[in-house]
Each structure stands twice: as C-alpha cells, then as structure tokens.
Design a protein around this ligand. Structure first.
Ligand code: PMP
Length: 444
C-alpha cells in the first residue's frame, strides 16, 4: 500500500490533471468548522467545500439520519416508485419555499443537473428554445450548464461547441458594465436592464426566448448581490413576454445569506428555483422546484436519472431542514454576518493595508472582499495601475499557510468568505484575524 506521506504524489500521478486544487494535502476528517488532513494538520474551514457543508462538517443529526437510512433503504429509483424520504423531504421543504406557488419538485444529484433539468423544462413548457444568462454567472460544468455559465472561459476553453441557443446579458456589477465603482445602484440597474432589452431586440426575440436564468447573488462571478430593482425588472420583462424566470439558489440558498433563500429579500417570485449544495449538507442532492400548473405540462418519463433523489441524500436533507427549525441557524448567520462586515470594513480602512481592499460586499455569510487590481482588462475604468498583482490568490495562499481554507472567486481580485452558517463567534474571529494578518503580510 502507498504510505501516507506518498499519497499526495500518488494523487498527482493518478488523478486527472483537469481537476485543480487549492492544496495537495489529503483530507481525512471534518468536524464542525474544522477539517483534518492525513498528516494530522488541522484547518479552519471557511470554504465549506464551496458552500456545501453549511451546518459544519459531519453535523451529528445529519450524519446520523444518513447512517440510519443506510440500514433501511439506500437506493430506490424515482422511475420505479415513490420512496418515503423523497416525499418526506418535500413535505419539509414546502413551508420553506419563498412563495407558496412553488409546489412541484424534481430532485436530482448536483447543481449542474438541476440547471440542465430546468433548461429542459423551460424549453418544453414554453415551446421556445433560447435561454438568457448573466455575464459572470456560474451554473455548472455539464454542457447545458456550461453554456449558461459566463464567469470564466477557463471552464469552456477547448470544449466547444456548447449547447446552442444561449445568450448573455450584463449583470449589474460595475466591472461587468465597465463603469466606475461609485456608480449608483439605480444607474447599474438601468444600464443592465437596458442591455437585456437590447438582447431581446437584437439577438433573441421574446418569441424565441424560453427563460432567463440568474443567481440572486452571483457566486463564481464575484459574490455580488443583484439589486432588488434589477430582479423586479427581470420579473416584469419575463411577465410581459411569457419568459420563465429561473432563480439559481444553489450557492445563495439554504440560509447562506440570512434568509432561507436570497430571493425572499426582493419578494420576486421565480417560476423555477434551483437548489443543491446546502440542501443535504454534503450528500449529493439537488432540486428544481416550480409550479404544478407548469410541470403538469411535462410528459411522464421525460425527467429522471438513476440516482435522482437518492434515499440517503434525502434523509440527510430532512435532517438539514429539521436543523433549520431547531438550531437558530438564521439568527447565527445574521449575528456573525454583522461581525464579519464590521471587521472587514474596519480592515479596509487600516492604513497598514494601503487601500488595497476596494470593496466588501455580499449578504449574510456570503461575503466577497475585492482587492484593487492592475491587470484584468485595460479598458476597465476601475483599474489601479499601481495595485499589487494577484492579491486575492496570494492572500488565500497565506491564509492556508496559517491554517484556514479560504477561496477566491471570479476573474477579478476577490476572496470569498463562506464559513459554516453555525460557526461560533470565536471561530469567526479566528478566521477574520488570520485573514487580516495575511492581507497585511502580503501588502507589506
Ligand atoms: N449553480 C451555482 C450558483 C453554483 O454555485 C454551482 C456550483 N458552484 C452550480 C450551479 C453547480 O453545482 P454542481 O457543482 O453541484 O454541479
């Protein structure tokens, strides 16, 4: 057998190079807000496996529910029969939906699959073909999901052609529009709705457009919340033209931003909502929820998948929903969020870091810190020629050296905070201190 210290080399030799990694350490254990590696090294986890283990690693009740389910029924198959955890999960989720009209579920395994399913449904239900997605959006890595993803060409480079019939439009983020950072929200909304209207006039007619898909907080595009007026504008345009509005809450959902779903803040009603990640706290499970009147138009047998709505994942999902009821998760998110924002805003004003932090934004515990940049696109008015290069990656690397897993996001210089939703005040402070020290050391 390969010795423990040789495992990273074994991984480099035998795991496809197409998978990138933050660290070559070998993870063996997760417990609450911490992870442990083969070499005994322990780290504070501010990545949550990209916003998945939101209730901490191995939440005892979630793990227990999954273990119990393993002894009862591991696999059913949604095309063979109903199974009880599938239905009990839906029963738990119904009252958590942002709008009571969202009452018809299709369960799958990953976020990408939920995106694929929603595209299929939108095309079939509307009888139209085209989908509009946002510049900067991330929806996954399968061909349809990759087609609506517009955050980085790194995901699609060399893999073309993607699914046809997809058009991009501007997300109301100043970099995406190439306007100064202090542009008012009202102006950002006007500019991006104007761009969308142009897309409908010049590229894909409303008559050919089945759906608009949007993350209410753009994730891999920089952790930027969409202004409510923009979401309301989308709703209006969709209503006017019989276009479906698909809201992707895969990353922003399940308490991440302080409400169960981010879309609740704007009061906008999606026609379809997608969830995954936090839904089962690490077990593969995703869902498309829509209205029965829409999904009744689908033909039986047209949706499915061998593992879709796996019984063990559903049992974990039930325990997650139960934890939201019993463990004051949202109250913790909001309390910790205030502390996080206040500490990061204070840090951004610290003369020791020489104004390198240009923005602290997000909602709840989905927070992006953007550094000044000198490099991404010479036409961007927000560039600062004297800014140090590659700040976000250097800061994240430094945090890892100091014992905290943290991720960057987008083509811009952004570090993202996605700590566990039930993180303690003490661990949050520890993470903030590691981050602050790292920024200071990188700037020095
Ligand atoms: N949508 C969003 C908003 C996401 O953040 C992600 C994953 N980062 C996906 C879809 C794709 O999910 P998965 O990786 O489970 O396929």
């Amino acid at each position: 057998a390969t010795s423990s210290d040789q495992l990273p080399a074994f991984g480099q030799r035998h795991v496809t190079k197409g998978v990138g990694r933050l660290t070559d350490r070998v993870m063996t254990k997760g417990e609450g807000s911490y992870v442990q590696f083969e070499d005994g090294h322990r780290m504070l986890d501010f990545s949550c496996g990209i916003g998945v283990t939101n209730l901490g690693h191995c939440h005892p009740k979630v793990s227990q529910a999954a273990a119990d389910q393993c002894m009862n029924l591991v696999h059913s198959q949604c095309s063979i029969s109903f199974h009880s955890t599938y239905l009990r999960l839906i029963e738990k989720l119904l009252p958590m939906m942002p709008d009571p009209s969202l009452d018809s579920f299709f369960l799958w395994n990953s976020g990408s699959e939920a995106v694929e399913a929603s595209i299929k449904m939108a095309r079939f239900i509307t009888g139209k073909q085209n989908i509009i997605s946002m510049q900067g959006a991330y929806h996954g890595r399968t061909y349809g999901a990759m087609a609506v993803t517009k955050s980085k060409t790194a995901y699609s480079e060399g893999f073309m052609p993607l699914m046809p019939g997809v058009y991009g439009t501007a997300f109301p983020y100043w970099h995406q529009l190439g306007v100064p950072k202090d542009t008012s929200e009202e102006e950002l909304v006007r500019l991006s709705l104007y761009q969308l209207e142009l897309v409908l006039q010049q590229q894909t007619a409303p008559k050919d457009t089945a759906a608009i898909i949007i993350e209410p907080v753009i994730g891999e595009g920089g952790y930027v919340p969409a202004p409510h007026a923009f979401l309301r504008g989308l709703r209006e345009i969709c209503d006017k033209h019989d276009i479906l509005l698909i809201v992707d809450e895969v990353q922003s959902g399940f308490g991440r931003t302080g409400r169960v779903f981010n879309i609740e803040y704007s009061g906008v009603r999606p026609d379809m909502m997608l969830m995954a990640k936090g839904l089962a706290n690490g077990f593969p499970l995703s869902a498309v929820v829509s209205r029965k009147e829409l999904t009744d138009m689908l033909k039986p047998g047209s949706m499915g998948g061998t593992y879709a709505g796996n019984a063990v994942s559903c049992a974990a999902g039930i325990a997650v929903a139960q934890a939201f009821k019993e463990e004051n998760i949202l109250a913790n998110v909001n309390a910790r969020s205030e502390e996080l924002f206040s500490a990061l805003n204070k840090l951004s004003e610290d003369p020791a870091i020489k104004s390198t932090i240009v923005d602290v934004r997000g909602q709840g515990l989905m927070v992006g810190v953007e550094f000044a940049s000198s490099s991404y696109n010479k036409y961007d008015v927000a560039l600062q020629p004297s800014a140090p290069k590659g700040m976000a990656a250097r800061v994240a690397k430094k945090c890892i050296e100091k014992g905290m897993l943290i991720l960057t996001t987008s083509v811009y210089e952004v570090v993202r905070f996605i700590p566990p939703l039930n993180i303690s005040q003490e661990d949050l402070k520890k993470g903030i201190d590691i981050f602050a020290e790292s920024v200071k050391e990188v700037v020095a």
